[in-house]
Each structure stands twice: as C-alpha cells, then as structure tokens.
Design a protein around this ligand. Structure first.
Ligand SMILES: [Zn+2]
Length: 159
C-alpha cells in the first residue's frame, strides 16, 4: 500500500544526500534477480549516478519525489513554512538533475529516471520487469513514475 503519512521535516532533512535508499534497494534487488550486474555511485560519471550497467551502456537514476521536485506528484508538496526557501532549493536540484542527464547523454549513456513514487506504487516485480525491458532494448531515455493524483484517496489541499 502506498504510504500516505506526510513526512516530517526531520525525516525530509535526513534524506539529503542519502544513498542506498529503500527505492534504490528495491530496484537493485529486482535487477539482480534478473541477472543484471551493476556498479553503484560511480564517482567518475556526472552526478555519481546511483546504478550503472556498463555492459548495457545504461545509467539508472533513482529520484526521491520530494528532493528532486517531481512535478504533479502526490509525494511532492512544498512545505507550508518557508515555501520560498524550499522552492529555490528544489528548483536548484531540478536544474542539476537536468544537467546531469544531458552530460550523461552527451557521453553516450542511455539514461533512465525512476521516481520514488514508481517504487512505492508498482509491485516490485512488475517494476523490475519494466526496467529490465528497457535495459534490453535500445531506447536512449526512459522515465518511470506512478501518478495517482486524480484518485479520491488524495487529501485535498487546504492552503
Ligand atoms: Zn513522484
């Protein structure tokens, strides 16, 4: 079940710069079970990408919906206190992400962005199959997200 409790400020802060997050581990496990081998957090590539599959020329970036400012996602909501601070901070992250993807693409990597919401809402095996399918193909770019923004279980904004 998707987690509905909003994160507290300290929970959000604690995620800054973390590696080996739960969404990332879920993806790694799924790929590993399917026989894919990867390198983690390669320092020699732009932005130290989370998961790299050199044999397939693939980089996988796992983005937390809050920190990477996932537009239209129910897991991304600007905190009510000090919204300007957060908007600026998150916009910087978005710009950095866009640059990273461009740089990787320029170096010839195929890049997949997998949003945290996909790891929460897709069944693990289904998500792994989806990623594996893309890795084995030859499309340059991939992005996997799960949006259920229109669903009635979303609490209304009362700002
Ligand atoms: Zn999202």
């Amino acid at each position: 079940m998707p987690e509905k409790t909003p994160m507290t400020r300290s929970e959000m802060m604690s995620r800054i710069g973390t590696k080996n997050t739960e969404p990332e581990l879920k993806i790694r496990r799924g790929l590993h079970r399917r026989g894919f081998r990867y390198r983690l957090h390669r320092n020699d590539l732009p932005g130290k990408p989370d998961i790299v599959l050199p044999r397939h020329n693939v980089v996988i970036l796992v983005h937390g919906c809050f920190w990477h400012g996932h537009q239209g996602c129910r897991y991304f909501r600007v905190p009510r206190s000090n919204p300007e601070f957060w908007e600026t901070k998150i916009q910087k992250n978005r710009d950095r992400d866009a640059r990273q993807v461009d740089q990787l693409a320029d170096q010839g990597w195929r890049v997949s962005v997998i949003w945290e919401c996909a790891t929460r809402n897709y069944p693990t095996e289904e998500l792994a199959d989806k990623i594996a399918g893309w890795i084995s193909g030859n499309e340059k770019r991939d992005e996997i997200a799960e949006h259920t923004g229109a669903s009635t279980e979303m609490e209304p904004e009362t700002t």
